[in-house]
Design a binder for this molecule. Structure first.
Ligand SMILES: NC(=O)c1ccc[n+]([C@@H]2O[C@H](COP(=O)([O-])OP(=O)(O)OC[C@H]3O[C@@H](n4cnc5c(N)ncnc54)[C@H](OP(=O)(O)O)[C@@H]3O)[C@@H](O)[C@H]2O)c1
Length: 272
C-alpha cells in the first residue's frame, strides 16, 4: 500500500507526494504552472534533481551552469520525464552562466527579463568543495575559488535576479548551503566558512526581502550521494540522495502564501 503525505494545498490546487514522488490528480493544475525557476549548477547532482522536480511541478526550469553539455542532458531528462511529447524548450531553457562572474550573471538576468519578464523561483545551488587539507596549507587562490563560487556567486545571483521578484512583490529564493555551515569541518575550512557565510547572508537578506513578500530560505543538507566528493567510508545507501534535497525545495515552493519555512536542516535517518 502506498503512503501519501499531503504537503500542501491552497484554494487553487491539491497535490501530494508519495515516497518522494509527486502524485497529481488529473483534474488539478500543477502547482507551479506558469512560473519560471532559475537553478544554478543544474547540470548534475543536486541541481539536476531540483530542476527535474520543479519542472514536474509545472515550472519552466532555466538550467544554468558552465558546461552546456551537462545542462542539455538535464533538459533532455526533463523532456523525457514529462512523457507527453512536449518539446524540451517548453519545459526548460539552457543558459550558460558562471556564477563567479558578475558580467555572466547580469547577462543571465537580462535574458530572463527579455524571455520571460518574470522570475518566481531562484535556487542558488552551484557550489564547489575545493581541496581538502589543513588551512595552513591552503593556497590563497584555492580559498578564492571556494568563496567566490559558494558565497560571492550567491550574492551576484540575488543582486542581479531578485529585482525581477521585488518588481512583482513575490518570489522564492532558496540557497543550498550545508551542515558544514553549522558545524566545524577540519580540513575543509574554506568550504565550511563559505557555507557559514551563506547562512548569514540568507538569514539577513531574508529579513530585507520579507516585507516585499519574497521568501529567502536556506537548506543545509548533510552528505549527499553525488559526484561532489568521494565520501570515502560512507555507506551510499544510507546517505541522503539528490532527490531528498529536491523534495525539500518542492515543499518550500508549494507552501501556502502565509507560511515561510526559512531553514531546513536535512540529515540522513541513519548515520552512513
Ligand atoms: N554533495 C554533498 O554532499 C553536499 C552536501 C551539502 C551541500 N551540498 C551543496 O549542494 C550544492 C550542489 O552540490 P552537488 O553535490 O550537486 O555537487 P556537484 O555534483 O559537484 O555539482 C555542482 C554543480 O555546480 C556547478 N558549478 C560549479 N561552479 C560553478 C560556477 N562557477 N558557475 C556555475 N555553476 C557552477 C557545476 O556545474 P559546472 O561545473 O558545469 O559549472 C555543477 O552542476 C553545492 O552548493 C554543495 O555545496 C552538497
Amino acid at each position: 500500500m502506498r503512503w501519501a503525505q499531503l504537503v500542501g494545498q491552497n484554494e487553487e490546487y491539491h497535490y501530494s507526494f508519495c515516497a518522494g514522488e509527486l502524485v497529481t490528480n488529473s483534474s488539478s493544475h500543477l502547482p507551479l504552472a506558469g512560473q519560471v525557476a532559475v537553478i544554478t549548477g543544474a547540470g548534475r547532482g543536486i541541481g539536476r534533481a531540483i530542476s527535474i522536480r520543479l519542472a514536474e511541478l509545472g515550472a519552466h526550469a532555466v538550467l544554468c551552469g558552465r558546461s552546456r553539455a551537462a545542462l542539455e542532458e538535464t533538459a533532455a531528462a526533463i523532456a523525457n520525464s514529462a512523457g507527453d511529447g512536449s518539446r524540451s524548450d517548453e519545459k526548460s531553457s539552457v543558459i550558460e552562466c558562471d556564477v563567479t562572474s558578475l558580467t555572466s550573471v547580469e547577462a543571465l538576468a537580462g535574458q530572463i527579463d527579455r524571455n520571460f519578464q518574470r522570475l518566481d523561483i531562484l535556487v542558488n545551488n552551484a557550489g564547489i568543495g575545493g581541496d581538502s587539507g589543513p588551512l595552513l596549507q591552503l593556497a590563497p587562490d584555492a580559498w578564492e575559488d571556494v568563496l567566490n563560487t559558494n558565497l560571492r556567486g550567491v550574492y551576484y545571483c540575488i543582486r542581479s535576479l531578485a529585482p525581477l521578484m521585488t518588481k512583482a512583490r513575490a518570489g522564492h529564493i532558496i540557497n543550498i548551503s550545508s551542515l558544514a555551515g553549522k558545524n566545524p569541518v577540519p580540513n575543509m575550512a574554506a568550504y565550511s566558512a563559505s557555507k557559514w557565510g551563506l547562512n548569514g547572508l540568507s538569514y539577513s537578506v531574508a529579513e530585507e526581502l520579507r516585507p516585499q513578500n519574497i521568501r529567502v530560505s536556506v537548506i543545509c543538507p548533510g552528505s549527499v550521494h553525488t559526484d561532489f566528493s568521494p565520501h570515502a567510508g560512507k555507506n551510499s545507501d544510507k546517505m541522503l540522495q539528490a532527490n531528498d534535497v529536491a523534495h525539500a525545495v518542492a515543499m518550500i515552493v508549494t507552501q501556502a502564501p502565509q507560511s515561510f519555512a526559512s531553514e531546513i536542516l536535512l540529515r540522513p535517518t541513519q548515520k552512513p
